[in-house]
Write a new protein. Sequence first.
Length: 475
Amino acid sequence: MSEVIRRNKALSVNPLKASQPVGAALATLGFDRAIPMLHGSQGCTAFAKVYFVRHFREPIPLQTTAMDQTSSIMGADDNVIEGLHTIAEKSAPALITVLTTGLSETQGSDVKRCVKEFRAKYPAYNHIAVVAVNTPDFFGCLETGYAATLVEIIDELVPAATGGKPGTRPRQVNVLAGSFLTPGDLEHLRDVIEWFGLQPVFVPDVSDSLDGHLTDGEYSPVTVGGTAVAALATLGDAAATLVIGASLYKAADVLAKRSGVPDHRFDHLYGLHANDALMTALAAISGNPVPARVERQRAQLQDAMVDTHFMLGMLRVAIAADPDLLNAWAQLIHEMGGAVVAAVSAGYSPLLNTLPTAQVKLGDLEDLENLAREANAELLIGNSHAVQSAQRLGLPILRCGFPLYDLVGGYQKTFIGYAGARQSLFDLANLCLSHHQHHEIPVYRSIFSQKPAGEAYDYPLEAKPHDAHPTFAHC
């Protein structure tokens, strides 16, 4: 059990967290022909868009209600209603999410009522799914905003079970994908599930919409790729649901209540033990044995664990991330015999109390830097904002999380599964070797080694008494 230390300062220095609206927008971008609309000032949306564009290096569809000084005081309901009308008319999306920001929440905007008024005023657009979510950016973090959005989407768009319906599509598996999973993670997870003869439906699926692929069409004002909104109606037909990430357990409860489909829950998929649990579940759901290629990947991971334990055993690591990702890395480091000596989370989750470390601080990257320095950390794990901290500390850093703006293709890296865990261990070990020569045996240089041509020995070897050389003492 770890102790969670609450914030004890009135401001953030070098902030760690990305806000709830950013997480909510990320969840929306995982659906096909979808667009998030942030209810707030233009700056709120511009800030989020910069994050996404720098991370994914792709055009990102985002809209704003553009609240100004007058609407902030007198009310901005019309901004929401007319904003929805404009998007529906010009872009014809399949899904619009209305996401609040700190400004609209402080004003007291009731976005769910605004959606009802939009429906009443413009019934011609009733075929477009519109979901309102309260995501104030003065509370929570990217992870909580992402999870809250999935709760609302499932609650509004997944039909209630009619009895006896689960399992009518025995090969279908629903996958509630956590915010910490990259497009590369989801692509690998799709492959693994299909190797068992199953058909996954990801909710949401950023591996199809934000994986960085060229399309034949023109610029689209909505997402291209992702989970089809129509596929949400089939979730109740699936044989099972896989839930990846503790932050989505509430969404899983809502889906189980509405669909009746049994679920299998995983806090993460980093490392050997977590993936063993996943493969056991997939074998039970499919009725098929574990494929040979999966067995081989497991054996490769085991070999990598043997190869890297010299570098990672007793390694002192500092981590800064959202709770699900923080837990995943902490468990992997612990599995390899390392120690998490500094842990900083962007938000609170009950999961933090179970981390294999003494304390977890709810704070920012200044807190990480101070804790890492005090604990003599040897390596940092965090997003691109933590790079400057690593430089000041003189430590190597493994980049992960959101945003990654100084690493091309960072969004496509694979961390999960046996193959992803294997590569993660290699990456960690190589960082240690390049910066610390961690736990490596020092080079031995014999006194009899010949010097380069032109350099003379200090003394004739035969003239030096043996007792002057401690090396000879045991000969």
